[in-house]
Design a binder for this molecule. Structure first.
Ligand code: NAD
Length: 357
């Protein structure tokens, strides 16, 4: 099992170091190889995704990724900015299915911005299509408006597009995932106004009828889904949606769980090769202070063992260890509350290693 370790920038290096400690503490044989990505790679090689890093990622079964970005790179040309490394990896590896679980741990219910009774026991999975939609659709650009409300004015435009096969494959991923959970899928669209999402709704319905009649399917407009996520989040099981709606809804769902520092994610291709990373960014505001929460990255390593490396028992062990350290009252500052014990990044990682037993 070969794992590419790409810590990246900011807190990326600190949190990935803890996840690597946890992986090394398992009795499994891994080949771990580290490479630079993002701003760190730009500083060293002049590109956020150097050829050597991309080759390593392609040759690995899975990638453990920290985070990339820093305000100091904001003035670079767009193709050289750290965040382009993630887009480049997604494209090169064909990572089209993004899994973002939102789980509210019993001990952290009070850290949520919602009332504890609304989030206690929350366990939902958002599946976001990752390679299509308005983020990649062509044509896009800036020009002089040929028509519209202000012909002749400067305008910018993007194109929302989805093809039938793209919708079919993400729908199947969602139905398969639901089969292993609560057997319910909510497909989120905006079919009332967008042609793209009318096709989305039609195709998801067809895939459901032909292949997954044992799973319950309902459809919800994205504006209603945004509202229901804060009104009654526990009524969802698996949510499947497009790239842009998924981007927004998964961040909204992350806050239900208390801290973005708790949320892992996985992006998979059709060969189950995957990129595993915390849902948060490089947090330049706390980088180097030793206070970042490493649990999202450690939980991403657990997802990696489950989805790409076929080691579900090892994944269960890590998840149980995380629950144990939370039960012991250990908290990084982002999830700290009165009566608990404040610890730093390293102490939290070491506590998880110890709790593996
Ligand atoms: P961010 O997620 O880095 O930080 C948002 C807030 O959450 C900050 O207050 C930060 O301190 C806090 N936070 C994030 N992770 C935490 C953790 N593990 N423990 C404790 N607190 C944590 O988002 P941002 O500030 O908007 O972006 C910072 C940089 O990260 C930007 O350059 C952005 O482009 C980049 N970014 C990268 C990724 C990625 O690598 N996948 C994702 C999002 C943002």
């Amino acid at each position: 099992m070969k794992i590419a370790i790409l810590p990246g920038d900011g807190i990326g290096t600190e949190i990935v170091a803890e996840a690597v400690k946890v992986l090394k503490a398992l009795d499994l044989k891994f080949e771990l190889e580290e490479a630079k990505v993002g701003g760190a790679a730009y500083d060293a090689y002049g590109h956020p995704l150097p050829e050597a890093t991309l080759k390593l990622a392609q040759a690995s079964d899975a990638i453990l990724f920290g985070a990339v970005g820093d305000w100091k790179y904001d003035t670079l040309d767009r193709p050289l900015r750290p965040e382009q490394a993630i887009l480049g990896l997604r494209k090169a590896l064909g990572l089209f299915a993004n899994f973002r679980p939102a789980i509210c741990y019993e001990q952290l219910t009070h850290a949520s911005s919602l009332k504890p009774e609304l989030v206690a026991g929350l366990d939902i999975l958002i599946i976001r299509e990752l390679t299509g939609d308005i983020y990649f659709g062509q044509p896009r650009g800036r020009r002089t408006a040929p028509d519209g409300h202000f012909p002749g004015a400067e305008e910018a435009f993007d194109t929302m597009r989805y093809t039938r096969p793209e919708i079919e494959r993400i729908a199947r991923v969602a139905f398969e995932a639901a089969r292993k959970r609560g057997k319910r899928v909510t497909s989120v669209d905006k079919a009332n106004v967008l042609e793209t999402f009318q096709l989305w709704k039609d195709v998801v319905t067809e895939v459901h009828q032909k292949e997954y009649a044992d799973v319950a399917l309902d459809h919800m407009y994205v504006d209603n889904a945004a509202m229901q996520l804060v009104k009654e989040p526990k009524k969802f099981d698996v949510i499947v949606t497009g790239n842009m709606f998924g981007d927004i809804l998964s961040d909204e769902a992350s806050m239900l769980t208390g801290s973005i520092g708790m949320l892992p994610s996985a992006s998979l291709n059709d060969k189950k090769q995957g990129l595993y990373e915390p849902s948060h960014g490089s947090a330049p505001d706390i980088a180097g202070k030793g206070v970042a929460n490493p649990l999202a990255t450690i939980l991403s390593a657990a997802m990696m063992l489950r989805f790409s490396l076929n080691q579900p028992e090892a994944a269960d062990r890590i998840e149980a260890a995380v629950k144990k350290v939370l039960a012991q009252g250990l908290r990084t500052p982002d999830i700290y509350s009165d009566g608990t014990t404040k610890v730093g990044t390293r102490e939290m990682g070491e506590a998880v290693v110890k709790a593996l037993g």
